[in-house]
Every structure is written in C-alpha cells, then in structure tokens.
Write a protein that binds this ligand. Structure first.
Ligand code: PLP
Length: 453
C-alpha cells in the first residue's frame, strides 16, 4: 500500500483508524485559544474543551516552548533508569496544592489508568494492614470512572458493562445524589444527608469488613451532567468512610486541575479524600497525563510490604510532565482558577436565562466551568424525552454543524434523561459567550421543532 504523505488520510479516502463507530468528523487543521478550524476553514468554538480537557485553551505558546525545550533535552527517560526533573517538580507542585496529607504522586497517562491505580493502591494497602477480605469498592449510579476493566466495574452505566461479563467483577453501586428530581419536602441539607446515608446502608448490606473503598466524582462528569450534591453530602460521606475504616477515593479526573474554580474540587467542601485521581486538565491536552495522589500513611505500608505491584511504561514521562508544569504556570500567571469561577458563574446565569425561552431545559447545573444543561419533555413534569429521539446527541450534532462544540452524551438507556456539557476552556471571557449562546439557542430551537413534528 502506498501513502501520499502530502495528502494525509482525509475524507477523500477510507480511514484505517477506528474508534467507537463508523461516523467520521472533519479533519482538524489548527486550534488557538477557544477556537478550532477544520481543513475547509470552518471555525468552531470549543465549548467543551474537547472532553473537558483543554482547560487553558489551545496552542498556548508558553506550553509549546516548554515542551520543545524538554524535547531537546530528553524526550524519554525510563523511570527504572533515570529520574527526571519535570516529573519531580510536578509531583512537588501537586503535593503542595493537594489538601491535607495528600503528598505522594504516581503519574500515569490518562483517567482510566489513574482510577485503576487508586483501586490497586487501596487493595495493596488493605493487604499490608492485614485486611485481605476488603475487596469491594462501592461507587455511584450513574457515574463514569473509565473504560479499562477495573475502572469500568466502578462505572455506573449498565450498557457499557454487558459485553464484558464475566471478565469484569461488578461492584456495588448506590444512587448518585440526583436531588433536583426529588419531590419530597426535605431541605437541601437533609437531602444531602439522605443520599450520603445510602452509602452507610450499602456498607452494612455488603458487610463493612468486606468494603475497601468508596469512589465518587465530587462534581459529576458526563454521566450525571455536572451533578453537584448539597454541601451536607460531602462531610457526611467522609464521616461514614471514617466510621467504617473505608478509603474515600475522589475521582477528580474531570474536576481536577481547576475546572470547577479551585485546583481540586474537594477544596470547595474542605474534604481531604484518602486517594485522589486527576487527569484531563493536568496537561490540558498538550500531552496524555494523569496522576494518583495519596498520603504517605497509605503509600508507605505498600512500599514496605513488597512494593506497589503496578506501573506503566510512560509513567512520569518527561515530555508529558513538562507540559503539566507549563500548564500549571499558565493557570497561575493568567489567574485561570479565578476566571473559571467568575466566567463559570456568568455563563451558568446565561444558560439559565435560556430556560426562560425553552421549557425543555429542565435544569442548568454545575460548578465553575463544569456546566451542564438537562433536556426534558417539560420543566413541570421533568419527565425525560423519549430515548428514541436521542435528544442530547442530536442537539450536539445540530450545534456542531453551526460551529459550536458541546459535549456528546448519547442516550442509549441505562441513564436517566438527556444532558449536554457546556465546558469551555478556563480562558473564556464573557465577550466570547455569544459565540456559544447564539448557536446554542438556534440549535435548541431546531431540536424543539423536530421534537414537535
Ligand atoms: N473518570 C472520570 C470522572 C472521567 O470523566 C473520565 C473520562 O471521561 C475517566 C475517569 C476516564 O478517563 P480517560 O478517558 O482519560 O481514561
């Protein structure tokens, strides 16, 4: 087979790549700040930061320069042969930012790997403590924790599980705190406690001595559409985990690295989890990078009992870590945490105003720039739209044609309802909001017409 290198595989020829389906998208040409252009010159606004990844925007020259400098020094140094400054520095900086005693950092290349690492560290810690019977990790339904078999077992999304039994050991699930759907008379505080207490009930049902950990996204990602629990939920969950000696694992793959307006979302509630996973925004799409952060009280016993039996070839990759350091510099230099908080609040208010025009907007929620719009039949009943319409996926497609990228969430059953994520880079400014809101309003109007016909 011959390859025309001047004309890389485009739409004029069949692709040799495959992902999840046969559908294809235009070829990307370039990206800058919050905008992206395809090879036909069409401009898109990246209002989902890819998959909530490109937190500092595209093609920042400071990150490119730092990565070039690292490439010229050493592109790869295997961890069994050399330590590298980029990884060491980034580990120190993350440890400084992480709350409480979270001070030891284990680098990986993505979110699923970070979650796998958390489970395996937790398991080895239990073994080191002489508690081999602790094997179960409770998670929430719905939730998303990754695609590898271990992380998938924690993921609360039934259709993703079905093809992989019995290779994957299913794990117990409790309901995510979807309080906005509740029609009882409870106060916000009491609702938070009610949902947190479901963890205690599940621990008792499973047998406390068999439970290793509980994993949760502090603000939900694509599975729940930026679900935020009442404040009381977070403290009560911490209390329950402490009471039963269960490790609290925060999956901050999406929320971490600033997206919610704090570097780690757990800071909003003053919670220190026992283990934390971070990825997406860590190197913000400039390189594949993720990390597990854990305290020495957990890492130490594991290292002293035969070592951590886990690792990846690209762990602590100098190029990825150089990108991570440069991204952190940009976040600090440009005040992007503050911008995520203020622009996020302003964008959320604008999205809420859209609900005045569209009764099918059931809820607008989220924190910082992790925002979602939920679509329903009508706001009074909050009934979901018939899944046959694939409303959220369809809205994403209509918006895409208009040059607006919002996050894909396909309804195939298994979750309740439809929602789309609106999560532009943390560099977004209010004067750019119309580039999101004008096509979004037009896309919603088109969807509404189609659903009515
Ligand atoms: N955990 C959460 C909360 C996520 O949102 C994701 C990805 O969307 C993952 C884990 C898996 O990350 P990755 O796709 O990088 O493996």
């Amino acid at each position: 087979m011959t390859h025309d290198m001047k004309n890389p595989v485009g739409h004029n020829r069949e692709s040799r790549l495959f992902y999840q389906s046969r559908s294809r998208r235009p070829l990307i040409d370039r990206a800058e700040g919050v905008y992206m252009w395809d090879v036909d010159g069409k401009r898109y606004i990246d209002a989902s930061s890819g998959a909530m990844v490109s937190n500092i925007g595209h093609s920042d020259p400071r990150v490119i320069a730092a990565m070039n400098a690292q490439l010229e020094k050493a592109s790869f140094a295997y961890r069994l042969h050399f330590e590298n400054d980029a990884a060491e520095n980034l580990a120190w900086r993350l440890a400084e930012r992480a709350p409480g005693d979270l001070e030891r950092v284990f680098f990986v290349s993505g979110g699923s790997e970070a979650v796998e690492s958390c489970i395996k560290l937790a398991r080895q810690y239990a073994l080191a403590k002489g508690e081999p019977q602790r094997t179960k990790v409770i998670s929430r339904f719905p939730s998303y924790h990754g695609s590898t078999l271990g992380a998938l077992a924690l993921t609360g999304y039934t259709p993703m599980h079905a093809p992989f039994a019995p290779m994957m050991v299913d794990q117990p699930k409790i309901p995510a705190p979807t309080c906005y759907l509740d029609r009882d008379d409870l106060s916000d505080h009491d609702r938070g406690i009610k949902y947190a207490n479901m963890l205690e009930a599940e621990i008792i049902k499973q047998g406390p001595e068999t439970v290793l950990g509980f994993i949760m996204e502090p603000v939900g990602g694509a599975a729940t559409g930026a679900l935020v629990a009442p404040d009381s939920y977070y403290g009560r969950i911490r209390e329950i985990c402490d009471q039963y000696g269960i490790l609290l694992i925060y999956d901050e793959v999406m929320t971490g690295a600033g997206r919610t307006g704090k570097y780690f979302a757990c800071e909003h509630w003053g919670i220190t989890p026992d283990i934390l996973a971070v990825s997406k925004g860590l190197a913000a799409g400039y390189a594949p990078l993720g990390a597990m952060i854990a305290p020495d009280r957990i890492v130490g016993p594991v290292l002293d009992h035969g070592g951590f039996i886990h690792g990846y070839t690209y762990a602590g990759n100098p190029l990825a870590c150089a990108a991570g350091n440069a991204v952190l510099n940009v976040i600090d230099e440009d005040g992007l945490l503050e911008n995520a908080a203020t622009s996020g609040a302003a964008l959320k208010a604008e999205l809420s105003r859209l609900s005045d025009e569209f009764d099918m907007i059931g809820d607008v929620r989220g924190k910082g720039l992790l925002l979602a719009v939920e679509l329903v039949k009508d706001r009074t009943s909050m009934e979901p739209i018939d899944p046959k319409h694939m409303a959220a996926a369809h809205l994403v497609d209509i918006a895409y044609d208009k040059g607006l990228i919002i996050y894909w969430r396909r309804t195939r059953g298994g979750y309740r309802g439809d929602h789309v994520m609106v999560c532009p880079p943390m560099t977004i400014k209010p004067e750019q909001f119309d580039d999101i809101l004008v096509p979004l309003r037009a896309a919603l109007a088109e969807l509404k017409d189609e659903l009515q016909t």
